[in-house]
Structure formats: structure tokens, C-alpha cells
Ligand binder design. Structure first.
Ligand SMILES: [Zn+2]
Length: 198
């Protein structure tokens, strides 16, 4: 177990999401093989663990703001509130935030129901599985959006088409720099001769 200061290193990040994927695969395998109601309930139990693994993995990637109390590990809805408040803050994100919290709570609800439902069957379990799949995809997408959304604007032309590029030749061992796809502006530390192009 890693209890050091929250690390953003890649190798620390990958493992928790591996557990999400593993539990998702196990739920799929259980679903494929299920016949009796209790076997479909077992799909629900695996999906529950999968959703808990998802919020646990996300916690490791996020620094909670001061004054925010961490919910208990099994408090899925509590964690979704905390995580989405951090990842989709403020008025511009309001619709996205409500949507993400909503699909997460509904997925948790249907999965929790499935774990003990006498009516658990293939249709219900498949719908629960797909609900979780959708939550996992959306949560991971929102988690990485800082890297994919071009919220930076070019200081020269104002375009959002500013993308990171990696240059191994930047001392000491390579670094990212930003390049505007519209006007060619960049902040590469070693390219003062860039002005000649285009
Ligand atoms: Zn530009």
C-alpha cells in the first residue's frame, strides 16, 4: 500500500484503474455465465466493488480542497459528490456536474438493488452493467480532461488550438512545450529562430 504524499507519477496511477478494469471484466464473465437469480445478483456485487474501486482510484489522482472532509471508503455517493465538485467546479460546469453525479447515483442504485433482487435476470443485470460502464467511461474522461481539453489560448492569436509537444532535446532530459496550430506560436525554450517559418 502506498501511503506517501499523493503522487502523480504514472506507475502509481495505473494500478488502481487496473482493479476497476479487472472487476468490470469479472462482472462481464459472471453475466455471460449466469442463469439463476443469485448468479445475476453476483453480477451486481461485482459491479458494486467495481464502482467502489473507481472512486478509490480517482481519489488517488485528486487533491481534496482544504475544508472538504473525505467520505468513508464505502460511501460511493459521498465520494461522487466530492470528486465531481473538484473535477467539474463552478457555474460553467453545472450541467456536466449534475449529469455525472446523476448517472453515478442511478448506477449505484440499480446495482445495489440488483445484488438482492429476486427479479434479477439477464436484462436487469445487463442494464446495470452498461450503466456502470457508462459511469466509468465518463469519470475517467472527466479525470483526464485537463490533458485533452485545450483550455489554454494562444497568447498571439487567441486560438484554443494550442497543443503540448515533447522535445527530448530540452535540457536536462526533455520537456513539453506548447505549439499553436493556427499561427505557429510556441514557447519552446530553444527556438528563437522559429519566426522564419510559414
Ligand atoms: Zn496562435
Amino acid at each position: 500500500m502506498l501511503h506517501n504524499q499523493r503522487s502523480k507519477m504514472a506507475d502509481d496511477d495505473a494500478a488502481p484503474f487496473d482493479e476497476v478494469a479487472r472487476r468490470q471484466d469479472q462482472a462481464q464473465a459472471l453475466l455471460d455465465a449466469a442463469i439463476e437469480a443469485e448468479q445475476f445478483q453476483a453480477v451486481g456485487m461485482q459491479l458494486r466493488e467495481c464502482l467502489l474501486a473507481l472512486v478509490a482510484a480517482m481519489q488517488r489522482r485528486i487533491d481534496l480542497p482544504g475544508g472538504v472532509t473525505a467520505p468513508k471508503a464505502a460511501d460511493f455517493n459521498g465520494w461522487c459528490d466530492v470528486l465531481m465538485n473538484v473535477l467539474t467546479p463552478g457555474e460553467p460546469n453545472q450541467e456536466l456536474r449534475h449529469y455525472l453525479k446523476g448517472i453515478a447515483k442511478h448506477a449505484w442504485q440499480i446495482v445495489s438493488w440488483l445484488t438482492h433482487a429476486r427479479a434479477a435476470n439477464r436484462t436487469a443485470a445487463t442494464i446495470a452493467y452498461e450503466a456502470c460502464e457508462s459511469v466509468i467511461a465518463a469519470f475517467i474522461r472527466i479525470l483526464v480532461r485537463d490533458k485533452t481539453d485545450n483550455t489554454d489560448v494562444c497568447p498571439r492569436c487567441g486560438s484554443r488550438n494550442v497543443r503540448p509537444h515533447f522535445d527530448i532535446s530540452i535540457e536536462p532530459d526533455g520537456a513539453y512545450f506548447s505549439l499553436c496550430g493556427v499561427c505557429g506560436w510556441d514557447n519552446h525554450p530553444g527556438e528563437s529562430n522559429q519566426a522564419a517559418d510559414s
